[in-house]
Design a binder for this molecule. Structure first.
Ligand code: AMP
Length: 221
């Protein structure tokens, strides 16, 4: 049983790490960014509302986000645990999450903060490309596809997220500093810093070792 909150700026590798850890531990990877992108792709009311906000590098309202997370955590698979990637992102979201967990009588979670140097973040995010078909993620600098702009797995042309263009990336990082970084003070010594520099495997090893230690201590953070 693992309940993990993964904090960290955009581009720190939260999605990559969460995906891998979720597969290994058989718990759902809950990415609010993925949920919103799915809504945008489906053209739902939520998607239409979220699209502009996301493309501007801003945050979707706390009220909408709480509705999304409440609904997602209520699904059966989340009873086995979960990895939260991209939520909470503001202090009101962190407080709502706490009340939600209290309502569910859930014991404390493991909280990790993956951090990477600022210029490296910009480089990573603006180099990120993904496959619209099978969702595989590449990076033109660190993990290029074999053939430029083509997915290794399924041959589809790779795309760049609209909010991954450099100007929007800088805006997202400014929003992170203003609205999300304060969560580190809010959680205080419950947060364990994870060095996000190095290869994805190196970061994964650090994260797995933290999760393993916490599991041995019965999930107390
Ligand atoms: P991500 O994939 O986590 O980088 O999220 C992409 C975008 O979705 C963010 O830049 C926000 O516009 C929006 N988003 C994702 N999660 C949240 C959240 N918890 N609160 C507000 N907006 C969010």
């Amino acid at each position: 049983m693992l309940r993990l909150i993964l904090l960290g700026p955009p581009g720190a590798g939260k999605g990559t790490q969460a995906e891998k850890l979720a597969e290994e531990l058989e718990v759902p990877h809950i990415s609010t960014g993925d949920i919103l992108r799915q809504a945008v792709a489906e053209g739902t009311e939520l998607g239409l509302e979220a699209k502009k906000v996301m493309e501007a590098g801003e945050l979707v309202s706390d009220e909408i986000m709480l509705g999304i997370i409440r609904e997602r955590l209520a699904r059966d698979d989340a009873r086995r645990g979960y990895i939260l990637d991209g939520y909470p992102r503001t202090l009101p979201q962190a407080r709502s999450l706490q009340s939600l967990m209290d309502e569910r009588s859930e014991p404390p979670v493991v909280i990790a903060n993956i951090d990477v140097d600022r210029e490296e973040l910009v480089r990573r995010i603006s180099g990120r490309r993904s496959c619209p078909n099978c969702k595989a993620v590449f990076n033109v600098h660190a993990q290029p596809p074999k053939k430029s702009d083509v997915c290794d797995a399924c041959g589809q042309k790779l795309t760049q997220r609209a909010d991954d263009e450099e100007a929007t990336v800088r805006q997202r990082l400014a929003v992170y500093d203003r609205q999300t970084r304060p969560l580190l003070d809010y959680y205080g010594d419950r947060v364990t810093p994870i060095d996000g520099q190095g290869t994805p495997q190196e970061v994964f090893d650090r994260l797995s070792s933290l999760v393993g230690q916490k599991a041995e201590r019965g999930g107390r953070s």
